[in-house]
Design a binder for this molecule. Structure first.
Ligand code: PLP
Length: 470
């Protein structure tokens, strides 16, 4: 297809997305299909002859769309948001058009320099330490894996890369509430799941520093080598925050790598008034957060920072002849900053988002989300039907139904609302109780959507309590 063909279909595709955004609220937020419904409609064999793009777009409408859960729907309140926005979407079109593979500076100097530039902008916006070095990873999972691999190497004098573990017994510490990506990274990095020590949390889901210290002491006495602590800022279940400043002191005292996973809540660092939640972050060795969650930059885009750039590079750098360049050492070759060799040009969408909204615009959006969550918090406190299970932090409320049987009713309420297609919520457990998590972080959220989901909760609860006529 030539450029003229692209013009026709490209316009059609952009129109398709514009129509999609315009009509998204007519669609059920959570896909209502059953397992196999989509697969059963797909051709069993690949086509011998090429098909027209019209046919393909038609199939997206008829087959694919019913099987999509609409993450950009303003009443998507499940998990954490995976936000997109118009500037991000437009940048992704350009990125796809350029099709650049940005493994080293030479393979697209603008991509490398823009990446360094936007990561420095984020440092300014979020008041991160000036001496940190930033790189865009695909996900927070990868960021944490990169952190633990770097910690492993630095703590062993870069020997595991050479010799394997050779009987070394390294320990990683995180709280019992941290994300499963830590468990996965520990497995992949070869530490072994048994060497991930889960430290108990307080009722607000923050790691208990005295417990961390006690476990480190016990491990040292038993001949283990403490390697890294992963602090959580904004746990996935109920948005708990580890006391980073206290954890940092312990890490410094024992010479342990300190990584902070703020995949979701990290975006809140653009708000001065919320920085207290992550006090002590400046002492971390590495840090990851996802602009693809609450900074309107569509998936995937994870911002990873490291204090000791040399340790990072020494962990990952391998230099075959075919990758040697004349500029090496004078520029950032991001292939050396993580796991993959080939890299997408992710900086463009972040650059677009920051420039389009401006710092002021981004701050205003996050503040608005928090304010609306405070409104919900108030409604819950005033209601006879619901009860908060955690202190509200940022833009997430965690609550359950007051009436017995609490767990059963709360779960049925969540499932009924999700089945209605009008909103999508997800759950967690707090101190053993089934809890609804309501996250108000959508790009196009308005107060009307907030009122709508609050009303839905009340209405569906009444329906649950009303015996069906037999
Ligand atoms: N860490 C936390 C606290 C999370 O909530 C999540 C995902 O929700 C992750 C890590 C993993 O993020 P990603 O999907 O970018 O790997």
């Amino acid at each position: 297809m030539n450029a003229e063909g692209l013009r026709t279909f490209g316009h059609q595709a952009v129109d398709w997305v514009a129509d999609y955004f315009q009509s998204i609220e007519d669609l059920p937020v959570k896909s209502q299909v059953k397992p196999g419904d989509i697969a059963s409609q797909l051709a069993p064999t690949p086509p011998e002859k090429g098909e027209g793009l019209d046919t393909l777009i038609g199939d997206v409408n008829d087959i694919v769309l019913p099987g999509i859960t609409h993450w950009q729907h303003p009443n998507f309140h499940a998990y954490f948001p995976g936000n997109s926005s118009v500037p991000s979407f437009v940048a992704e079109i350009l990125t796809a058009g350029l099709g650049a593979q940005c493994m080293v500076w030479e393979t697209s100097p603008a991509a490398a320099e823009l990446e360094e530039h936007v990561m420095n902008w984020l440092k300014q916006l979020m008041a991160l330490p000036k001496d940190w070095h930033g790189v865009i990873q695909d996900t927070a999972s990868t960021g944490t894996l990169v952190a633990l691999l770097t910690a492993r190497e630095q703590m062993t004098g870069f020997q595991v890369n050479e010799e394997g573990f050779e009987g070394r017994r390294l320990r990683i510490y995180c709280s019992s509430e941290t994300h499963s990506s830590i468990d996965k990274a520990v497995r992949i990095a070869g530490f072994g799941s048994n060497n991930l020590v889960k430290i108990p949390v307080d009722p607000e889901h923050g790691m208990i520093p005295a417990e961390l210290r006690a476990h480190i002491e016990a491990d040292l006495a038993a001949g283990y080598q403490p390697c890294a602590v992963v602090g959580a800022s904004g746990t996935t279940g109920a948005l708990g925050f580890d006391p980073l400043a206290e954890l940092a002191v312990i890490c410094k005292e024992y010479g342990i790598w300190f990584h902070v996973d703020a995949a979701y809540a990290g975006s809140a660092l653009i708000l001065e008034e919320e920085r207290h939640l992550m006090k002590g972050l400046e002492a971390a060795d590495s840090f990851v957060f996802n602009p693809h969650k609450w900074l309107f930059t569509n998936f995937d885009c994870a911002a990873y920072y490291v204090r000791d750039k040399e340790a990072l590079l020494r962990t990952f750098e391998i230099l075959p002849e075919y990758l040697k360049t004349k500029t090496r050492g004078t520029v950032n070759d991001y292939r050396d900053w993580g796991i993959q060799l080939g890299r997408r040009f992710r900086a463009l969408k972040l650059w677009f988002v920051i420039r389009y909204y401006g710092a002021e615009g981004l701050r205003a959006k996050l503040r608005q989300h928090i304010e609306w969550t405070q409104w919900v918090e108030q409604q819950i406190k005033l209601s006879d039907e619901f009860e908060l299970l955690m202190t509200r932090r940022l833009n997430m409320a965690v609550f359950h139904v007051k009436a017995a049987p609490q767990d059963v009713l709360t779960e049925r309420l969540l499932q009924d609302i999700n089945a209605s297609g009008k909103a999508y919520l997800s759950h967690t457990k707090v101190a053993g109780s089934y809890a609804i998590r309501l996250v108000l972080g959508q790009t196009n959220l308005t107060f009307e959507h907030v009122e709508k989901v609050w009303k839905l909760l009340g209405e569906h609860l009444v329906q649950l309590a009303t015996p069906s006529p037999s």
